[in-house]
Design a protein around this ligand. Structure first.
Ligand code: ZN
Length: 249
C-alpha cells in the first residue's frame, strides 16, 4: 500500500524505528484488536493503539462513566458522567485519530457474542476487573487460538502476561490462575494508585504492537509483576499446566 504524505508524517516516529518502519506500520493499519473493558487499563490501551494507527479496534464495556472512575480512567472526562464508557472512549479516540475504524459494544461480552468477537480479532486485550470474566475471555481465546494480553492492577501493584492461547507451547490464563479464588479482588474494594493502571495498560499496548509487527520478545510463558511502592519489577516463569482443564490434553 502507498502511504500518503500525512501518514508518513503522522507515523514518522514509528517508521524511524528499524523494527517497525513502513512494513510494520502497514501491519498496524491492517490489525484488528478487541479491547474488553474500558476502565483504568482499557483507557491507555485504547488511546495508545488509536494513536499508533491500529486499523480496527473494537471496544466493549457495559458500564457508564461514574465520578469515581475519573481518578484513573483517562479515556473519560467530567462531561461523560452518566454516558456509556464505550461512547466516551470512542469520542476521545476519534479526536486522536479519525482514520481508524472503531466498533462499539455497549454490553457485557459473554457467550456467543464473546466467541464471535474473539474470533473476529487478531489480538484480544483483557482489561476487565473480575476473575469470572477473565476466565471466560481466556476460554474463548483458547477455543479460537488467539493472542491474549492480560493485565491487572490493585493497590500499588500490577501484573501482566501474554498468552498464545490454544497453542502447544503456551500456557493459558487458567493454567496459572485457575482455582485461585484469592485473586478475585478488585480495586473497588481495595483501591488502586491512579498511574499504576496507566503503567500496566501502556505495557499491554506495547505487547499488542510487538505482536502485530512480530518483533521483540513477548511475555508468553512469564508474568511481569510491578510493585510501585518499592519501584521493583519482577519476572516469573509461567509454565503450562498439562492438566489444565481449559488448554490441557
Ligand atoms: Zn491452560
Amino acid at each position: 500500500m502507498d502511504f500518503s504524505d500525512d501518514e508518513l508524517f503522522r507515523y514518522s516516529r514509528h517508521i524511524l524505528l528499524a523494527d517497525i518502519d513502513v512494513p510494520g506500520q502497514e501491519k498496524l493499519f491492517s490489525a484488528k484488536v478487541l479491547i474488553i473493558g474500558i476502565g483504568g487499563l482499557g483507557s491507555p490501551v485504547a488511546l495508545y493503539l488509536t494513536a499508533s494507527g491500529v486499523g480496527e479496534i473494537t471496544i466493549a464495556d457495559h458500564d457508564v462513566v461514574e465520578l469515581n472512575n475519573l481518578q484513573r480512567q483517562i479515556a473519560h472526562d467530567e462531561q461523560d458522567i452518566g454516558n456509556s464508557k464505550v461512547n466516551s472512549c470512542y469520542e476521545r479516540m476519534n479526536k486522536i485519530n479519525s482514520h481508524i475504524q472503531v466498533n462499539l459494544i455497549h454490553a457485557e461480552l459473554c457467550g456467543e457474542q464473546l466467541l464471535s468477537q474473539v474470533a473476529a480479532a487478531d489480538i484480544v486485550v483483557d482489561c476487565t476487573d473480575n476473575l469470572t470474566t477473565r476466565f471466560e475471555i481466556n476460554k474463548a481465546c483458547v477455543k479460537n487460538k488467539k493472542w491474549l494480553v492480560s493485565a491487572a492492577a490493585i493497590r500499588w501493584e500490577g501484573q501482566i502476561s501474554t498468552y498464545h492461547c490454544g497453542f502447544k507451547e503456551s500456557p493459558c490464563y487458567h493454567c496459572f490462575y485457575g482455582g485461585r479464588k484469592e485473586l478475585n479482588q478488585n480495586c473497588s474494594n481495595n483501591g488502586v494508585l491512579s498511574p499504576v493502571v496507566g503503567v500496566l495498560g501502556s505495557m499491554q499496548a506495547i505487547e499488542v504492537i510487538k505482536l502485530i509487527v512480530n518483533k521483540g520478545d513477548s511475555l508468553v510463558g512469564r508474568v511481569l509483576l510491578f510493585d510501585a511502592f518499592s519501584m521493583q519489577w519482577e519476572s516469573m516463569q509461567l509454565p503450562k499446566n498439562p492438566n489444565c482443564s481449559v488448554c490441557g490434553r
